[in-house]
Design a protein around this ligand. Structure first.
Ligand code: FES
Ligand code: FES
Length: 156
């Protein structure tokens, strides 16, 4: 089955196993290894990417589901070597411990803030990525920092 989709603003043509998870494509074919494998069953969020601007777990999304869709990975967040506001906030708050879950965490947060730059408890409870190192308090601070930055920058 042929599948045509966009990956980080570039057209991709895939002609292979339609049941293969997108995560395999990203890491093994596209060599984009920022997206991580954790559980493989859609539970941990380490493999989170954006599909049409929404956070999706790429370990459970099959290649055949990608036709005509736009995929964005952590590698596409920085522009011209300038980090995304959320990445910057992550560094400023020194969030990462082992770092394994962090790309997925950041992708989930960016999707949340792109849909609502002033998130409330409802949006925060939609962040279900797991961090085995327990960096949740620092992540919360980084999100709050990013929110301040975004709303300052947009003049809201
Ligand atoms: S590896 Fe995809 S959700 Fe855990
Ligand atoms: S920083 Fe280690 S799992 Fe999250």
């Amino acid at each position: 089955m042929k599948v045509k989709f966009i990956l980080n603003n570039k057209v991709q043509q895939y002609n292979g196993d339609e049941e293969m998870p997108l995560l395999w494509y990203l890491r093994d074919y596209a060599k984009l290894r920022g997206t991580k494998y954790g559980c493989g069953i859609g539970a941990c969020g380490a493999c989170t990417v954006h599909i049409d601007k929404r956070a999706v777990r790429s370990c459970t999304l099959k290649m055949k589901q990608l036709e005509g869709r736009a995929v964005r990975t952590i590698e596409d967040l920085a522009t011209n070597n300038i980090l995304h506001i959320v990445q910057r906030a992550w560094i400023d708050e020194d969030v990462a411990q082992c770092g394994y879950c962090q790309a997925g965490q950041i992708m989930s947060v960016v999707a949340m803030l792109e849909s609502n730059p002033r998130p409330g408890q409802r949006e925060f409870s939609g962040l279900t990525n797991i961090c085995r190192c327990g960096t949740y308090p620092r992540m919360r601070k980084a999100i709050e920092r990013a929110v301040r930055q975004i709303n300052l920058t947009s003049g809201l």
